[in-house]
Design a protein around this ligand. Structure first.
Ligand SMILES: [Zn+2]
Length: 404
């Protein structure tokens, strides 16, 4: 395989993936079968009406469209203490016209964290430790099986926790007094800051997403010249078209050089430090690195600091995504970028490597049938798309602002 070809065995990981190797390591790419059911024709990344592709014109500009700043309330619950079992409870009020509630917390390095329980104003327990039968296989595969298997799935992270509600059509939370329980394992005495970002109003049909690229010194991309780089333009164009297909318009695109010389980034150690370098509290911060390694040194095409990992916690390991540039060409990089943005905006894989765990959406295909979806977990195939429900979820959170 040429050094710059997409590696079909490389994959994306979500937070905590190193701790659930059985969940993530069995992935493989399914051959592209003509006529496969459920597949929609991929948007044409080569010739969209307003962008003739790499080399023709610069990427989207900050002035591409007017933005209506969506109403959002940010509740900070500072220095929340944990009990002896590693649980911290927070309470906050949610207005009746909620669009989305994003919970996030930045905790001690080396500890696994998750929002173990979330209850809305009517007492509906959308995230809970006991969502139903949990067997030994679940306990072996999932660090916190209850939240992951809850009606509103929540993932864990190392040193960070986040959750987006609602994140599937079966969840209809209501306003009023909410309660959330944050869990840390091993138990820690150090208090943490917990944030609840509450967005109001209907989900917009179209929204604007800003992207903040950060270039490490692992590649030759630099802020002063990257806008004219063909591979970068192809990457951004592919991701832009995939997102636009479901109503997410790429808005401002910013470039920042960061003084990091490490070529390879491990998920456990370097990644949180890297993502913490972003000062942006809007959109999605994207770090371009040389290589991303899982806990056993395997290559990852990209990774998200959390699900969701967009805005709200600048200076933490939950503020963005990373992609490995030398891993692929611009086309494959664009698909990876779109996939990681999907995680950052709250999307899970259509299916995990363990096929027992599919997503919670009605319009994605289960198992290997989902291989034409952007959120299929392995890289290496073109022609993927987001589903309509995935688009709705991505437009819910604070990172995407509604457009008229
Ligand atoms: Zn992924």
């Amino acid at each position: 395989m040429p050094a710059d070809a997409p590696d079909p065995t490389a994959r994306c990981a979500r937070p905590g993936a190193w701790a659930v190797a059985l969940l993530m390591c069995a992935g493989c790419v399914v051959a592209d079968e003509p006529g496969a059911t459920g597949a929609r024709r991929a948007p044409d990344a080569a010739a969209p009406a307003d962008d003739a592709g790499p080399g023709a014109r610069p990427p989207p500009t900050p002035d591409a469209a007017p933005t209506l700043r969506d109403p959002v309330t940010i509740e900070l619950m500072p220095a929340v203490p944990f009990d002896d079992e590693g649980r911290a409870t927070v309470r906050f009020d949610v207005p009746p016209d909620l669009r989305a509630v994003t919970l996030s917390a930045d905790g001690p390095a080396g500890a696994m964290m998750v929002f173990e329980a979330v209850e809305d104003g009517a007492g509906q327990r959308w995230i809970r430790p006991d969502p139903g039968p949990i067997d030994d296989a679940d306990r072996a595969a999932l660090v916190f099986p209850g939240p992951f298997l809850s009606p509103n799935r929540a993932a864990w992270g190392e040193g960070v926790a986040s959750a987006l509600l609602p994140n599937n059509p079966g969840v209809q939370p209501v306003g009023g007094p909410w309660r959330a329980v944050l869990r840390v394992d091993p138990p820690s005495a150090a208090p943490v800051d917990v944030y609840a970002q509450i967005e109001r109003g209907p989900v917009p049909d179209r929204g604007r997403l800003d992207l903040h690229f950060h270039f490490t010194q692992a590649s030759d991309w630099r802020s002063a010249s990257v806008a004219m780089d063909d591979e970068f333009r192809t990457m951004l164009n592919v991701a832009t078209v995939l997102l636009r297909d479901v109503g997410v318009e790429v808005g401002a695109v910013t470039f920042t050089d960061v003084p990091v010389v490490t070529y390879s980034v491990s998920v456990q150690v370097e990644l949180p430090r890297l993502l913490a370098l972003s000062d942006f509290d809007s959109g999605v911060s994207v770090f371009v690195v040389g290589r991303i390694e899982d806990a056993v040194g395997g290559p990852l095409a990209g990774i998200s600091g959390a699900i969701p990992a967009s805005g709200g916690l600048p200076g933490t390991g939950a503020n963005g995504i990373a992609i490995a540039r030398p891993f692929a060409d611009g086309q494959a990089l664009g698909a990876t970028l779109a996939h990681e943005i999907g995680h950052a905006l709250g999307l899970f894989h259509t299916v995990e490597a363990n096929p027992a765990y599919g997503d919670q959406l009605d319009d994605t295909l289960p198992g290997e049938g989902g291989h034409r979806n952007v959120m299929y977990p392995t890289a290496g195939e073109e022609g993927r798309r987001f589903s309509r429900q995935q688009g709705v979820i991505m437009r819910r959170g604070r990172a995407v602002d509604g457009l008229e």
